[in-house]
Design a protein around this ligand. Structure first.
Ligand SMILES: Cc1cc2nc3c(=O)[nH]c(=O)nc-3n(C[C@H](O)[C@H](O)[C@H](O)COP(=O)(O)OP(=O)(O)OC[C@H]3O[C@@H](n4cnc5c(N)ncnc54)[C@H](O)[C@@H]3O)c2cc1C
Length: 294
């Protein structure tokens, strides 16, 4: 299928991009185009004006201050995987995006595009939500920061309104004792959309789990925090959390209870629940192991 004609703009500043988007009655942002171009080509979407972010340097920066790491929305997955700042402070983000698509997709696709597509199976969201990340959203009138956990509304629907551009992702630098890990299951080893995914975060102090967050991907209309499973971990002596332990079994069952999977072309709901239990156990054990890195 051919893509319908559209006006293509490649502004050099965020201010100009925001003005163009505001002026257009049917504009869309183009980042890496790995989702948008497919949708345009298959006729799922039509836009009169396409505004590319590829010339806006301020959206591609990865920087850090005392408390947070900031990843520009137009940063590619490959740039995240090779960032020294990310590898030093929050390697679990690089590990999560390394599981996205193929090398070509990671070279082109961006973290902003991954989140703004709003897909419940997007692979960067679970680990970022587990890390309590926020996203900065700008339009021609204001800039606001919202918690990523409140960004997703339904599958393919986010809180972004007309004229909004996601500018950066803000991730608190994990305190000592925090460990995070992302697990994904697809139908192939590579270039595989998640059938189920799980990110786990644990915070340990003197071997006690003092905080935890478990985020489920592809088993609900949006990435979903499983409160029941995280609550089971809080207050537990971590020596109890071993492979085949009773507590790990309960945690994984609670994650399955909190999930709302559907039957679709890639898997049935019951199969997804079973896989989710396995991935939750793995993610928690790995997160505990990773807590020694911080
Ligand atoms: C073969 C293939 C394999 C894939 N595998 C995976 C996978 O394993 N895991 C996974 O999670 N995804 C996968 N994807 C989906 C996609 O590649 C990723 O979601 C990618 O990160 C999208 O980023 P992008 O920069 O290409 O987004 P684009 O296609 O440019 O944009 C996606 C959407 O977000 C909007 N948008 C983009 N940036 C912004 C912004 N800063 N502010 C506001 N709106 C914005 C666009 O208007 C569009 O609606 C795959 C895609 C393909 C084609």
């Amino acid at each position: 299928m051919y893509i319908s004609d559209f006006n293509y703009c490649k502004p050099k500043s965020l201010k100009k991009a925001l003005a163009l988007l505001e002026k257009s009655d049917n504009g869309a942002i183009l980042a890496g185009g790995t989702d948008l171009l497919v949708e345009l080509k298959t006729g799922l979407r039509f836009h009169k004006d396409i505004i590319s972010l590829s010339n806006i340097k301020e959206l591609k920066k990865i920087i850090k201050d005392e408390n947070n790491l900031y990843i520009g929305a137009a940063t590619t997955h490959k740039e995240i995987m090779t960032s020294r700042l990310i590898m030093k402070y929050i390697p679990s983000i690089a590990e999560a995006v390394s599981k996205i698509g193929s090398e070509q997709i990671r070279n082109t696709g961006t973290i902003g595009g991954n989140l703004c597509t709003g897909s419940s199976c997007c692979d960067s969201a679970p680990v970022l939500i587990a890390l309590n990340a926020g996203v900065e959203i700008a339009n021609s009138k204001f800039i606001k920061t919202v918690s990523l956990k409140d960004f997703f509304v339904f599958n393919k629907k986010t809180i972004l309104g007309k004229g909004d551009i996601m500018t950066r992702v803000i991730i608190p630098i994990p305190a000592q004792g925090i460990g995070v890990h992302f697990e994904k299951f697809g139908l192939r080893e590579a270039v595989s959309i998640s059938v189920v995914s799980v990110a786990a975060m644990v915070k340990l102090k003197d071997n006690i789990c003092i905080d935890a967050c478990i985020v489920l991907g592809a088993v609900a209309p949006t990435p979903k925090i499983s409160t029941k499973s995280a609550d089971l971990l809080k207050g537990i002596n971590i020596s109890q959390v071993a492979e085949n332990s009773k507590i790990l079994e309960q945690v994984s069952q609670a994650a399955a209870d909190d999930s709302m999977p559907i039957d679709d072309i890639r898997a049935g709901a019951n199969y997804r629940r079973e896989i989710l239990k396995v991935l939750t156990k793995r993610a928690v054990l790995k997160a505990v192991e990773n807590s020694n890195r911080n």
